[in-house]
Write a protein that binds this ligand. Structure first.
Ligand code: JAH
Length: 294
């Protein structure tokens, strides 16, 4: 897979030389081309930004510079990969569609990705309008928070996609078993994992994992995955395919919901008794004048 990244901070992508992504690049599985956006400016200050039309805070990235940069990178890629080749253009933005494992799998099937991370308040919207007519173009968000720019989001996406490429992970099973990967444990978070020693600082490894009983181990892992998902991501359980749940799963869910209801009810009576013992909430209570701020 060829990956082009156009940024005013190409140095930001040094981590892609390391570890799994570094090895994928050495093996030629991942062919990453970094570009300095400012190479396509024409003024002495290498200006990439300007004030927003309509006013408001911050600066917006100029469309001409991005247009020349993207055109040049497309031409360079076509010279290497053939005149029919076109990249998929990916622009990270907090207002984009969510980047999920499904999207990562889709991108892993592409021969060529072009990432355009912005700084400041983003890129003039006519750039996505223009390339949306010429390339498959996605504005994507890796989560509901605002970064200082799109570079960190590109690192995240390249790593999520890169590890899915054939030959990058040694063991093909580890991809299929991931939380969020389609398959038996689809849409469940992974449960806890353990290695030696069997007791560490008084904490024991769950006995079932030492039993060698593969059927019981698989069942236990699924139960733990289900309980953890119910606790941390209940909306994922609500979306679970009902056909993908067996009787035992339904029992685990019921038990969890019973415990949740017990806790909710206990918290409610606790809140009532708190209100009862709090003088300010008793009918007829009047604060003394010295207790009232002016
Ligand atoms: C911030 C340009 N979904 C995370 C995300 C992606 C991009 C940006 N922020 C958050 C961003 C400033 C300028 C992009």
């Amino acid at each position: 897979m060829r990956v082009d990244i156009i940024s005013i901070f190409p140095e930001y992508f040094a981590p892609l030389d390391v570890s799994l992504m570094g090895k994928a690049r050495e093996r030629g599985i991942l062919d990453i081309h970094l570009h300095q956006l400012r190479d396509w400016t024409h003024d002495v200050h290498n200006t990439v930004d300007d004030t927003p039309y309509g006013g408001g805070p911050g600066m917006v990235m100029k469309p001409e510079v991005w247009g020349e940069a993207v055109d040049a990178v497309i031409e360079d890629g076509r010279a290497a990969r053939g005149e029919d080749a076109l990249p998929r253009l990916i622009v990270p933005t907090p207002s984009g569609r969510p980047f999920t494992q499904e999207v990562a799998l889709e991108y892993a099937d592409e021969p060529w990705l072009l990432f355009a991370p912005a700084r400041y308040e983003g890129i003039d919207s006519r750039v996505v309008a223009e390339y949306g007519e010429r390339l498959r173009t996605d504005e994507v968000s890796i989560g509901d928070y605002v970064l200082a720019g799109g570079e960190a989001a590109v690192l995240v996406m390249v790593e999520a996609v890169g590890r899915l490429l054939p030959g990058v992970l040694g063991n093909a099973r580890s991809v299929a078993d991931d939380s969020f990967a389609p398959g038996a444990m689809a849409n469940l978070l992974e449960g806890p994992v353990y290695t030696k020693p069997p007791v560490w600082r008084g904490h024991e490894v769950p006995e079932v994992l030492l039993s060698g009983h593969h059927g019981r181990i698989a069942r236990w892992r699924r139960d733990e995955a289900l309980r953890r998902t119910l606790d941390r991501r209940p909306e994922l359980v609500a979306r679970l395919d009902r056909d993908g749940l067996d009787k035992h799963d339904r029992r685990v869910i019921e038990e969890f919901e019973e415990r949740l209801e017990e806790r909710r009810s206990a918290a409610e009576s606790h809140a009532e008794s708190q209100a009862e013992s709090h003088a300010a909430f008793r009918p007829g209570f009047r604060a003394a004048p010295e207790d009232v701020a002016d």
